[in-house]
Design a protein around this ligand. Structure first.
Ligand code: SF4
Length: 163
């Protein structure tokens, strides 16, 4: 997390501003394998009414459970494929657009999103080989939020701002 991200999150928390949060991080079982990824502090933020909870993939109408997906670069274009090789790029793009709409409506300027996901990942995502290898890059939703001026950090580095 860089200093600007740190300041933005600190300010949002202090001033009780809305913060976008990945739904799986507050314990909702919306991941591809129908599990959540609970982070207790983020669930508390939700219970306090400060977190705006979003799952871009569910918002796009994808089912739960669903096949795992990863981002692949084809002819310089980022696409998303399931592990059965079916393309789901349009759904991921739609989830990103809907999530941006939620951010705009809520007034959130910062998001805490699930690391490494093809939607929510920030800085690192899986490389498309379904072998657990990571490459530099953002998930589709994270990329769209950043392009529109939001700051995005992951569940791995928000804690210092909550103290
Ligand atoms: Fe969690 Fe984001 Fe995946 Fe939904 S799309 S399950 S919020 S990482």
């Amino acid at each position: 997390m860089n200093l600007k991200d740190f300041n933005s999150l600190n300010e949002a928390i202090d001033k009780k501003k809305p913060i976008l949060v990945s739904a799986c991080l507050v314990g909702i079982k919306c991941r591809y394998d129908e599990t959540g990824c609970l982070v207790e502090e983020l669930r508390d933020l939700t219970l306090q009414g400060q977190a705006i909870v979003v799952c871009p993939e569910v918002l796009a109408g994808l089912p739960t459970p669903r096949n795992p997906s990863e981002i692949v670069v084809v002819n310089d274009e980022r696409k998303v494929y399931n592990d059965d090789k079916s393309e789901v790029t349009d759904s991921f793009a739609l989830g990103a657009e809907i999530t941006l709409g939620v951010a705009r409506k809520s007034g959130a300027k910062i998001a805490i999103l699930k690391s490494k996901s093809p939607s929510c990942g920030c800085g690192k995502v899986y490389d498309g080989s379904f072998t657990g290898k990571l490459v530099d890059g953002d998930g589709f939703t994270t990329a769209m939020l950043k392009e529109n001026g939001l700051r995005v950090i992951t569940e791995e580095d928000f804690r210092e701002c909550l103290n």
